[in-house]
Design a protein around this ligand. Structure first.
Ligand SMILES: [Zn+2]
Length: 767
C-alpha cells in the first residue's frame, strides 16, 4: 500500500491537485469575532461545585428548601371573592443563615397600582372586541390585588413585613440557621378576576345562562419564593407573562364552596365519603377499574339539573398533597366529571376530566383519553408518573399545576367543531398534562428559563401526540395519516429562524424579554431536541440521556447547565457546539452546494505541472510515479491532455499504479470511474451535520452524513472529493429537511429552479 504515501506526498509537493486535504481560509467579515464555534462552553457555564457537579448531576452538597402549607380557603360565589388563611412552615436546608423570607404575591400583578400595563407597548387595533374595548377604555381598572389582612407568627404576634409589588419580605424574629423550621400565618382576600374578559391564568368564566361561574384557581395564595445556590432568593418580580419558581412542600387545604359545586384539585381528596353522593362513590369505584374508557362520576344530565338552581348551603372539600410545588383547584356547579384508570409501572393512576356541557361532545370523547395517553408517553420518556391522578379542566386557556391543568377547546353552540378545534384541544391537554413532568416534578425556574419547562415539554408533547394518534386512530380526521403536530419537525421552525433578526432573541433569554415568545421558548428548543434525537445523536443515545436528566432532577431544581451537561455525560456526544449555536445565538441553518467539478485521471502530467517543475528546475523523471487530475472543461482538458475517454484513462492509470500491489491486494482494489470535487458552503451561521444525498445515473441513491465537525476548521465552506464507480447525476443537501435549513434554493446540484419555502414565505410577507 506504499502507493498512497506517494499519492499524498507527490500531490502536496507539486500542489497540483484539488484532491489534497487543504484548508480554505474563511473570508473575514466585518465584526467577525473569531470565536470558534466548537469552543467549549467554559466561559458561559457556571463552574461546577459541591452543589452541582460537572457531570450535570446534583452534587454532594445539593440542597433544596421546603415550604409546607395548611390553608383554609372559602369562595364567596355571589361576589366572586376569595378568602384565605394559611400557615406556612418553612425549612431552611441551605448552609446559609436567613434573616428574612420572600413570599410571592402574584395576584398583585392585577392590583390597581400594578406596573404591568405600563411596560406594554400598545396602540389601538383596527378591530377590537367590544368587551376588550370596554375593559381597556371605559372601565375603571378593577382592583384584583391581594388584600393582606395580617402576617403573624404562630403565637399571634404581628411579623414586620414589606410589600414590593408582587414580592413580600417577611422579617424573621431571629435568623434561621441550617435545619431550622419557622411557621407563620397569612390571612388575605381578593376579588377574583374574570379571566375571559380581564385575562389571566386563573379566575372565573361567567355564563349568563343561569348566572353561573366556572372557577379555575391558581396563584391564589401567598407562595414562598425559591432560595437556592444559584440565585439566592429568586425574587424577580412577576410581570404577567413570565411564570413561576417554587419550592416543594406538603399541602393540606380545606376549600369551602357552595354545597352544589363539584370540586377537584391538587392532592388526595381526604373526605371523599363526605362530599360524594352514594351514586358518585359507586361510579368512582367502577372508574378505578376501568382501563379502557372513562366512567361518568357526574353525568351531563345531572350537571344540567344542578346548574339551574343555587344551593345556600356550603360544603368543604379537603385535599392533601405531598411533594408538590404548587396547588390549584377548579370548582363549579356546572361540572360534568369523568375518570378512568391508567397503569403506570405497577401503579394505577386516575385520568380525570371536569367540563361543562359547553365542552361536549368533544370533551367526553377525548379529554380523559388524552390525559391517560399523555401519562403513558411521558412516563416512557422520563420516569413513572409519581402522583395518583391527573385532571384536565375545560377552560378557555391552557395552564398547568401539579395534578391539575386548564385546557381550551370548545365546539360551537350546536356542538359542531373543526379539525383545528379538535386537534387544538387534544394538543393543549397533552401539553398541560405533560407539564406535570416539566416543571412540576423536574422543578426548573420558569421565571428565569422559560425553555427549560416549555421547550422540554413541547418536545415530549410531539412524541406524545404521535403516540396518541397511534393508540387512538379514530381521533384522526380521515385525511390525516399521522397526528398533525404543530411543533417538533425541523421544517416547522424555518419561518421563525429565517425571519427578521431584530425580532429574534437567543433561547437563553429570560422569558419576559423575548420576542415571538411561542417560537422562542416552545418551538425552537423543542425542535432543537428533536434534531438531536432524530439526526445528531440518534434515538437510543438521546433517550437514555434525556431519561437520565429527568431522573437525576426529579423532585429537584435543575439549571440549564445541569441539562446540557447531563445530555453529554450520559451519551459521550460533545454537544457544546450545538448548545452554543442553537441556544446562545440567533444564527440559522443555511447549507448549500457551491460548485461541483468533474475530473478525469491520467498519468500524463498537465501543462501546469510541467511548468511548475520547470520553474523549480526539475524534471518529472526525478519524482516518484504521479497521477494527475484534470478538470473537465479546463485548458489541459481542452488541449487534448485527456483523451476524453474516461474508462480508457482510468484503465491506463490503474495499470500504471498496479506495479505497487501484490496480486491479492489488486483483487481488493475499487474501480472508480468518476471523480468529483464538491464544495459545500454555509451562508448560515449555525453549525449542523452536512447531510448529502447522491443520486447515480442508474437511479440509485446514497445518503452520507458528514458530522457537524466537518465545519470545525472552516465555517464558510468545505470540500469533498468523491471517487465513484457510477456517474453522479444529482446531489441534494438535507434531502429530508432535518436541519431547519432556511433556504433550500442552494441545496441542489444541478440547481433546481423552484421557489424555496423560505422564498415563498418572504414573498408572502411582502404582499
Ligand atoms: Zn406550557
Amino acid at each position: 500500500m506504499k502507493i498512497f504515501k506517494y499519492f499524498s506526498f507527490a500531490l502536496l509537493f507539486v500542489c497540483a491537485s484539488t484532491f489534497a486535504q487543504e484548508e480554505i481560509k474563511p473570508e473575514r467579515k466585518p465584526g467577525h469575532t473569531n470565536q470558534n464555534k466548537f469552543k467549549q462552553l467554559y466561559d458561559e457555564f457556571a463552574t461546577p461545585n459541591m452543589f452541582r457537579t460537572g457531570s450535570g448531576a446534583p452534587g454532594p452538597a445539593y440542597y433544596q428548601q421546603q415550604a409546607d402549607y395548611k390553608m383554609d380557603i372559602e369562595i364567596d360565589d355571589e361576589n366572586a371573592r376569595l378568602f384565605g388563611n394559611e400557615t406556612i412552615t418553612y425549612t431552611n436546608n441551605s448552609p446559609d443563615e436567613l434573616k428574612y423570607l420572600w413570599v410571592q404575591l402574584d395576584q398583585n400583578m392585577r392590583a390597581e397600582d400594578s406596573k404591568t400595563p405600563l411596560i406594554s407597548n400598545d396602540r389601538p387595533q383596527e378591530a377590537t372586541y367590544a368587551s376588550s374595548f370596554t375593559n381597556k377604555y371605559l372601565k375603571q381598572a378593577l382592583d384584583r390585588g391581594f388584600n393582606i389582612e395580617h402576617v403573624k407568627d404562630v403565637n399571634g404576634k404581628d411579623l414586620p413585613h414589606m410589600i414590593n409589588r408582587t414580592m413580600m419580605r417577611v422579617e424573621l424574629p431571629k435568623p434561621m440557621k441550617t435545619g431550622d423550621k419557622f411557621s407563620f400565618k397569612i390571612k388575605w382576600n381578593y376579588n377574583i378576576n374574570n379571566h375571559v374578559t380581564e385575562g389571566g391564568r386563573s379566575g372565573y368564566e361567567y355564563f349568563e345562562e343561569n348566572d353561573n361561574r366556572i372557577y379555575v384557581m391558581a396563584q391564589f395564595y401567598p407562595r414562598m419564593a425559591v432560595y437556592n445556590d444559584v440565585e439566592g432568593w429568586q425574587n424577580s418580580q412577576f410581570w404577567g407573562r413570565d411564570e413561576f419558581a417554587l419550592p416543594f412542600g406538603d399541602f393540606d387545604v380545606n376549600i369551602t364552596v357552595p354545597a352544589d359545586h363539584i370540586l377537584d384539585g391538587t392532592g388526595y381528596l381526604v373526605n371523599r365519603e363526605e362530599v360524594f353522593t352514594k351514586d358518585m362513590m359507586k361510579r368512582f369505584k367502577q372508574a378505578q377499574k376501568s382501563y379502557d374508557k372513562p366512567v361518568m362520576i357526574v353525568t351531563q344530565d345531572e350537571a344540567e339539573q344542578t346548574e339551574k338552581t343555587k344551593s345556600k348551603d356550603k360544603k368543604t372539600w379537603k385535599l392533601s398533597a405531598q411533594m408538590v410545588r404548587d396547588f390549584g383547584f377548579a370548582t363549579s356547579r356546572k361540572f360534568i366529571w369523568d375518570m378512568m384508570a391508567v397503569k403506570i409501572g405497577d401503579k394505577d393512576v386516575m385520568a380525570v376530566s371536569l367540563y361543562s356541557k359547553e365542552g361536549n361532545p368533544l370533551w367526553e370523547q377525548w379529554s380523559t383519553r388524552a390525559v391517560a395517553s399523555t401519562l403513558k408517553s411521558y412516563s416512557r420518556m422520563t420516569f413513572d408518573y409519581p402522583y395518583h391522578k391527573a385532571i384536565s379542566v375545560h377552560a378557555p386557556m391552557g395552564m398547568e399545576y401539579p395534578m391539575i391543568c386548564y385546557n381550551f377547546g370548545r365546539p360551537d353552540k350546536d356542538g359542531n367543531y373543526s379539525d383545528r378545534t379538535k386537534y387544538g384541544m387534544i394538543s393543549v391537554i397533552i401539553h398541560e398534562v405533560g407539564h406535570n413532568f416539566f416543571p412540576m416534578i423536574v422543578n426548573s425556574d420558569e421565571r428565569q428559563w422559560t425553555w427549560m419547562d416549555e421547550g422540554l415539554n413541547t418536545f415530549v408533547q410531539y412524541v406524545a401526540e404521535q403516540d396518541f394518534a397511534e393508540w387512538n386512530p379514530t381521533a384522526l380526521s380521515p385525511n390525516d395519516k399521522q397526528y398533525p403536530s404543530r411543533r417538533g419537525p425541523a421544517k416547522n421552525i424555518v419561518r421563525y429562524m429565517g425571519g427578521e433578526q431584530d425580532f429574534i432573541a437567543p433561547i437563553m433569554t429570560k422569558g419576559l424579554n423575548t420576542y415571538q415568545f411561542g417560537n422562542n421558548a416552545y418551538g425552537k428548543p423543542a425542535t432543537g431536541l428533536n434534531i438531536l434525537r432524530e439526526t445528531i445523536m440518534g434515538r437510543d443515545l438521546f433517550d437514555y440521556a434525556f431519561r437520565e436528566y429527568s431522573n437525576r432532577w426529579m423532585f429537584k431544581h435543575p439549571t440549564p447547565e445541569d441539562f446540557f451537561r447531563t445530555m453529554e455525560d450520559a451519551s459521550a456526544v460533545d454537544l457544546d457546539w450545538f448548545w452554543r449555536g442553537w441556544f446562545y445565538t440567533t444564527d440559522y441553518t443555511d447549507i448549500g452546494i457551491k460548485e461541483v467539478k468533474k475530473y478525469q485521471v491520467t498519468s500524463n502530467p498537465t501543462a501546469a505541472v510541467k511548468k511548475q517543475l520547470e520553474a523549480q528546475g526539475r524534471s518529472i523523471d526525478d519524482l516518484p510515479p504521479l497521477v494527475f487530475f484534470v478538470e473537465e472543461g479546463s485548458e489541459d482538458y481542452e488541449a487534448g491532455m485527456s483523451s476524453g475517454n474516461v474508462s480508457e484513462n482510468v484503465k491506463t492509470v490503474k495499470e500504471y499504479v498496479m506495479d505497487n500491489f501484490t496480486p491479492e491486494e489488486r483483487k481488493q482494489l475499487k474501480s472508480p470511474n468518476y471523480f468529483y470535487n464538491v464544495t459545500f458552503n454555509k451562508p448560515g451561521g449555525l453549525v449542523m451535520p452536512l447531510i448529502v444525498e447522491y443520486t447515480y445515473a442508474d437511479g440509485t441513491k446514497e445518503k452520507v452524513t458528514y458530522p457537524a465537525q466537518v465545519w470545525r476548521l472552516n465555517d464558510a465552506e468545505v470540500s469533498k472529493s468523491i471517487a465513484s464507480e457510477k456517474e453522479i447525476v444529482s446531489i441534494v443537501v438535507d434531502p429530508d429537511l432535518e436541519t431547519a435549513d432556511v433556504d433550500t434554493t442552494n441545496n441542489s446540484w444541478p440547481k433546481e429552479v423552484k421557489d424555496s419555502e423560505f422564498d415563498k414565505f418572504k414573498n408572502s410577507v411582502k404582499d
